[in-house]
Design a protein around this ligand. Structure first.
Ligand SMILES: Nc1ncnc2c1ncn2[C@@H]1O[C@H](COP(=O)(O)OP(=O)(O)OP(=O)(O)O)[C@@H](O)[C@H]1O
Ligand SMILES: [Mg+2]
Length: 315
């Protein structure tokens, strides 16, 4: 199943298309992943970039979403586009300018949502407003919420030492990507080449950013795999032991309910079968927490370590 990344923000000109095109190029060329870019932007900046710059093997699709129709229609169409794009792809990157006409449900189609933002007070406050409106998606407990990665872009060297992200409170749990630096050379790369190849600080900052996205993806995938394993363990039905069958037969005879009143559930007392399952589950939980301890000592960037903990941290 392809991993799906949405690059979006409500604000224009923050660097969505630059990130979508260059991240796709990095994933295809440096990581060797079968990558598809879906450009949902009518201007087609990211698709044009990849089509006109040297070919790095990204499959490019410039598609239209009927955003003006509102409601479920754009979500439905996006789902169809994604279904087609994921066939034969390891990873899909989508470039989309968010508008209020779009339903937040669209974000549940993705594993990760990247929100580029510059670090001026005015931009951060717009980003905060966007995240606030979609808080129910990112902090959702009912559905599998996409991971949220806030991406500082066009950052000036003097802004690197500012504590703006600790002053600006966002209303949701999020991860913070390493900043992509502002540089004239980044603008000059449009349709000519890629940020990952820039031999300067901006190029290096982009490499760190892309590596962090890949690390976040890998952590996310291992969490999903773990969740799936836990779920299958919970639903696993073990064959009934002869002792259990015997006890159930006895209970059927001594049930206090007349047949018509038999409740739709049965309260099964702990049995050998259940406690074996319990012990196994306990062992898995123990192994998991030991793995988490080990992984926290690996070379995972500090901001990503938060991802391995319960998503309650507010930054
Ligand atoms: N790191 C950077 N350094 C300098 N300029 C940049 C950088 N990233 C993007 N830009 C420039 O900022 C402008 C907006 O970038 P981009 O088109 O990627 O943003 P966008 O969010 O997709 O915009 P839109 O909302 O119009 O689709 C472009 O001129 C682009 O070249
Ligand atoms: Mg754009």
């Amino acid at each position: 199943m392809a991993f799906k990344i949405l690059v979006t923000s409500q604000k224009g000109g923050v660097g969505k298309s630059t990130i979508a095109a260059n991240l796709s190029a990095y994933l295809a060329y440096q990581m060797g992943l079968a990558t598809t870019l879906i450009d949902w932007d009518p201007h087609g900046s990211s698709s044009n970039w990849l089509r006109r710059a040297p070919n790095v093997g990204v499959l490019v699709q410039h598609l239209t979403l009927p955003i003006e129709m509102g409601g479920n229609r754009p979500v439905f169409e996006a789902r169809m586009h994604l279904r087609r794009a994921t066939q034969g792809s390891d990873i899909v990157v989508a470039d989309l300018t968010w508008t209020d006409a779009l339903a937040g449900e669209l974000m549940f189609e993705f594993d990760m949502v990247l929100v580029p933002t510059s670090v001026s007070e005015i931009e951060l406050s717009a980003t905060s407003g966007f995240l606030s409106k979609n808080r129910w998606v990112f902090d959702s407990a009912i559905a599998k919420a996409p991971a949220l990665l806030v991406c500082p872009t066009r950052v000036l060297p003097e802004q690197l030492s500012s504590n703006i992200f600790t002053r600006q409170r966002f209303p949701v749990s999020f991860m913070l990507a390493p900043p992509i630096l502002e540089s004239q050379t980044a603008r000059e790369m449009f349709e000519q080449g890629y940020l990952m190849n820039l031999p300067n600080a901006c190029g290096e900052s982009f490499q760190s950013f892309a590596q962090a996205v890949v690390a976040a993806k890998d952590i996310r995938l291992s969490m999903l795999a773990q969740e799936a394993a836990n779920k299958s363990l919970k639903t696993q039905v073990l064959p009934k032991s002869p002792a259990l069958l015997q006890r159930q037969a006895e209970r059927t005879v001594t049930t206090p309910f007349p047949k018509a009143m038999t409740p739709a559930f049965s309260v099964v007392p702990p049995t050998a079968t259940y406690s074996v399952l319990g012990r196994h589950r306990q062992r898995k939980i123990q192994e998991e927490s030991e793995q988490t301890k080990v992984s926290s000592g690996l070379n995972i960037p500090e901001f990503l370590k938060r991802f391995t903990r319960p998503s309650t941290t507010k930054v």
